[in-house]
Design a protein. Sequence first.
Length: 329
Amino acid sequence: MAILELTEACKTYRIVQRQDGISGALKNLFVPRYRDIQAVKRISFAIEAGEMVGFIGPNGAGKSTTIKLLTGVLVPTSGRVQVLGLSPFKDRKRYVGRIGVVFGQRTQLWWDLPVSDTFDLLRKIYGVPPQTYRRNLELFDDILGLADFRHQLARQLSLGQRMRADIAAALLHDPELVFLDEPTIGLDIVAKDKIRGFMQHINAERGVTMLLTSHDMQDMERTCQRVIVIDKGALLYDGSVSGLASLSGSRRSLIVDFNVHTRCEPISGTELIQENALRARFSFDRGSMQVHELVSQVAKKYDIADMTIEEPSIESVVKTIFSAQQARL
Ligand SMILES: Nc1ncnc2c1ncn2[C@@H]1O[C@H](COP(=O)(O)OP(=O)(O)OP(=O)(O)O)[C@@H](O)[C@H]1O
Ligand SMILES: [Mg+2]
């Protein structure tokens, strides 16, 4: 059964069109000119209880606006938003106790308080029973490693620590549904993996429904079964992650950084597309070449400092889906 339904939802922002100079500033005051930005255009989708859904799109696609509509921060210009049988905006008071929200770009922790004090305040605000609180703290300490910095002020935390604390704060009251807007933004691979593992655990073990936005295709591939892609406010794709991966093509790049100046030899099944003394880039087909095979071949031959697999960017995936749709029309 769908617990979240967005039907033909639209959100248009009206902004004042600024005019330059002193006379412009006066005009802005007395006869302001407005411009409408259609951030979300007739988007419809439904999410079932227990699903973990990725929501991706390039900058300015309308992801955060959609999350704000779903969390009741914004009212839709038209269309309908129904979550957990409630209208997020109208039933805000009843609604917020049942959901968790993380905005990766902005912390919800009290900046000048130790993280543990924020947790304690949230416990009181949401009326979390002591047993639930203790059980959750133990689990969060365990998987997110909060114990190392729980007594530090929020403003002293590193980005990765802050994000982990924010995610824990959003889950303290056992919400049924969690919205995460860019929970891995700016984090290194280790921190990203920790957060991905935690989200998967909460979804699998507790059946918490999750909708998370990201720019990172790997976030989607590692955590979600289903993914929704939007661009310029409109829905482009709603389906399986593997379906999206096949649309994005199977070519990948392996970037190799060397410890010493190196001249590479060709490796069969790959194409050497870029080479300078300390770095080489091999392009290969993921369908016909196993990544671990290629990595071990390269590692055997050369003195390696680092290796990275480059996935296609969300921008290139969106472009591919868009041109496939145009071709069908
Ligand atoms: N408060 C606002 N007032 C006016 N326009 C806004 C406002 N918030 C967002 N927009 C505009 O709406 C569009 C969608 O923005 P939104 O923040 O939803 O995109 P996004 O997909 O979250 O992008 P990003 O990946 O950069 O976070 C953009 O064109 C943006 O400039
Ligand atoms: Mg955003």
